[in-house]
Design a protein around this ligand. Structure first.
Ligand code: NAD
Length: 416
């Protein structure tokens, strides 16, 4: 994915934001305010590598808007990180927080790097260097980072430790997605998938399809995709296809999900262990009830949207369906549960973690799950109801629900 071209995620996000704000009755000033982040910091910082040489890394932190409260969102480590992508991701975080009614605006960060080619200690120095570089604009009541693509609980632990040293007091609420012993929340690791599974339930209900033996296809077998496969299997659905960056596996009688979970590596790859594979493109076109893109952006496009056979698409990934493809699948009667609604489980449980850190009181997994379900279902109902009442597609309805509290907060603060 790159930040330019037809499928530029920032441009398409801005098109829908503008549409949503106009439908809500706001004018050009509000659109100007909310179509770009209020702050984007670019940092260049040195990291000592294992061979003794110093490398300069480039990172970003985008803060979309803080009218509702501090900004919140993950940090991505990936070679393709770029400013436009980080900006778009920060806007999506605002929308996710708005739909879930969290007291946050959206933020997002990223470092241009390839963690697969770095040692454990190099990753530690990179993580600490990034926190030193952005420390002025982040904090438990300003902007709270979390994990995203190719970052994990260990990286959150180093970042929390570095921030605590800079501030000279222990600051667990600075960052979420931490290991349990450092103030992490039960249920955080599988929260995104848990939330997606709840959205699958709701969508199946609306389509009157029972979950028992429903055929599920999942693109991507990392944090989001693999846990989702596990939850779907547990619920009695049949996972007939999964994939990773190298290819896809298909079995019309259902794959052995637990075996695949055991054999996947920490980057979510597993298909290289099998000889009989199909391509990712073939996977997306499989005959199934539910298709869940859980890998990367721009997978369902005007090229393949007419060939999708699923009855329901639930977007676990951020931005997997282009705007043209959204129209094609919606016109074909496929129920699409958009990313800003479907993948909100991660930030919701991150919010629970922050609340627990601030209280110094920790909840059971059952409590986390119950509250997560409540918030996800409320979000789904609001979006679905608006989609029906205003006759807009599910993505536009989700943007309208997601942006309205922020716009109202900005207006009441007297900014517009
Ligand atoms: P991950 O890095 O753990 O896994 C990514 C998976 O996608 C891997 O199986 C990888 O092999 C596969 N993949 C990568 N490139 C691919 C390609 N070109 N074609 C097919 N498969 C490919 O990432 P994750 O945390 O599971 O995130 C997946 C998506 O979900 C991302 O869009 C992410 O932004 C979104 N998301 C994740 C979370 C979370 O909490 N993990 C929360 C919200 C949204």
């Amino acid at each position: 994915m790159n930040g330019t071209g037809n499928n530029d995620v920032l441009t398409s996000t801005q098109i829908v934001i503008e549409d949503a704000l106009r439908k809500l009755g706001y004018g050009d000033d509000m659109i100007e305010l909310l179509k770009e982040p209020m702050r984007v910091l670019t940092v260049r910082f040195p990291v000592r590598m294992d061979d003794g040489k110093t490398r300069i890394f480039v990172g970003y932190r985008a803060q979309h808007n803080d009218a509702v409260g501090p900004t919140k969102g993950g940090v991505r480590f990936h070679p393709d990180v770029n400013e436009n992508e980080v900006k778009a991701l920060s806007i999506w975080m605002s929308l996710k927080c708005g739909i879930a009614d969290l007291p946050y605006g959206g933020g997002k960060g990223g470092i241009i790097c390839d963690p697969r080619k770095m040692s454990f200690r190099e990753l530690e120095r990179l993580s600490r260097g990034y926190v030193r570089a952005i420390s002025q604009i982040v904090g438990p009541t300003k902007d709270i980072p979390a994990p995203d693509v190719m970052t994990n609980a260990q990286i959150m632990a180093w970042m929390m430790d570095e921030y605590s040293r800079i501030r000279e007091f222990d600051s667990p609420a600075f960052i979420t997605g931490k290991p349990l012993v450092l103030g992490g929340s039960l249920g955080r690791e599988s929260a995104t998938a848990r939330g997606v599974a709840i959205m699958v339930d709701e969508a199946l209900n609306r389509k009157n399809i029972p979950i028992q033996n429903a055929r599920v296809v999942i693109q991507g077998f990392g944090n989001a995709g693999s846990y989702l496969a596990h939850f779907m299997h547990q619920a009695g659905a049949k996972v007939i296809g999964i994939s990773d960056v190298n290819g896809a596996l298909y079995n019309e009688d259902g794959l052995d999900v637990e075996y695949l979970m055991e054999r996947r590596d920490s980057f979510g790859t597993v298909t290289n262990l099998f000889r009989d594979t199909i391509t990712n493109d073939e996977l997306l076109k499989l005959d199934c009830d539910i298709l869940v893109p859980a890998a990367i952006e721009n997978q369902i496009t005007s090229e393949n949207a007419a060939d999708i056979k699923a009855k329901i698409i639930v977007e676990a990934a951020n931005g997997p369906t282009t705007l043209e493809a959204t129209k094609i699948v919606t016109d074909r009667g496929i129920l699409l549960v958009p990313d800003v609604l479907a993948s909100g489980g991660g930030v919701i449980v991150s919010y629970f973690e922050w609340v627990q850190n601030n209280q110094g009181y920790y909840w059971s997994e059952q409590e986390v799950d119950t509250k997560l379900r409540e918030m996800m279902v409320r979000g789904f109902n609001q979006v679905y109801e608006l989609h029906r009442r205003r006759n807009v597609d599910m993505r536009l309805a989700a943007y309208m629900v997601g942006v309205r509290k922020m716009a109202e907060a900005a207006r009441l603060r007297g900014w517009i």
